[in-house]
Design a binder for this molecule. Sequence first.
Ligand SMILES: *[C@@H]1O[C@H](CO)[C@@H](O)[C@H](O)[C@H]1NC(C)=O
Ligand SMILES: *[C@@H]1O[C@H](CO)[C@@H](O)[C@H](O)[C@H]1NC(C)=O
Ligand SMILES: *[C@@H]1O[C@H](CO)[C@@H](O)[C@H](O)[C@H]1NC(C)=O
Length: 271
Amino acid sequence: MQYNSSLSMWYTFGIMAFVVLLTPIFYETLTFLLGVKCFLPNNHLVWEATRPISDCGFCRNVDGPLILKNMSREELAPYAYSTLPIVIKNAVSHWPATSLLSLEMLKEIYGRYPEALDEGCHFLNFHSDLKSIRDVFNMSPERANLSVGSTWYVGFSNCHLGVLEELRKLYGRPHFLPIDAELSNIDYVFLGYEQGAYMHLDYIHRLMWQAQLKGNKSWILAPTPECDHVCQSFSFYVEPGDAVLVDTRIWYHGTSIPKGQFALTIQSEYS
Ligand SMILES: *[C@@H]1O[C@H](CO)[C@@H](O)[C@H](O)[C@H]1NC(C)=O
Ligand SMILES: *[C@@H]1O[C@H](CO)[C@@H](O)[C@H](O)[C@H]1NC(C)=O
Ligand SMILES: *[C@@H]1O[C@H](CO)[C@@H](O)[C@H](O)[C@H]1NC(C)=O
């Protein structure tokens, strides 16, 4: 009896020691393996594969955006950093940009800062054959309005200070964002027709705001796959003058524009 219980005590101790020693080794190995992502190219697939599993709280019971009327910063404050997608109707319809900004005007502005075209600002061609801002500006007017050629939709960052300053004369700091919100000093424009951005996550560090200047745009939001069983996808549309706040880091999102309409959007980040 005595012998047996001391044997089982040693046995238990052995297992405990094994676990205590091996857990950190296992943990280290796992973190090392996951850490290997740093050695791989920082492409989309790798991002996808290493994206942390999200807790599904952000999408549980959400089946549409919160649609708010144009409101003050104080009224928006409770929602400003929410993971709930938000549309603020008519929030930017007073911006001069809604009536003035166009492909022509962008061309004019960049014409004043030709060096901006070589700045290497981020360019997204989505499904279109246009590979640079230059390609966009070099389209014939007929291609630009889709009376010839294939449909196009692009986005690019305005990372040149001169261009950004000119653009920001047409829109100010969004009045609805918190007074102490830190805003990005790079704004994006998205413009074009029909199929917009395909479903994706943004690998950005902050929240995103968008101002819909021209055209209607439909958004499709979907939860991350690990939340498919508790959450649902949904779509909604925004009209010219609306602002959109979406945490595009956790919501898969895609956009499209009704056939025949030209859409123009300003996008930036805040935290
Ligand atoms: C929206 O609210 C802002 C701030 O209160 C205001 O300046 C702007 O004129 C409003 N826009 C509309 C369309 O009411
Ligand atoms: C497209 O642009 C061309 C050249 O400016 C113009 O002649 C044509 O009427 C436009 N088409 C449409 C549908 O706006
Ligand atoms: C946007 O869509 C709504 C509803 O379908 C429609 O009433 C409105 O005219 C559209 N706006 C534009 C600019 O086409």
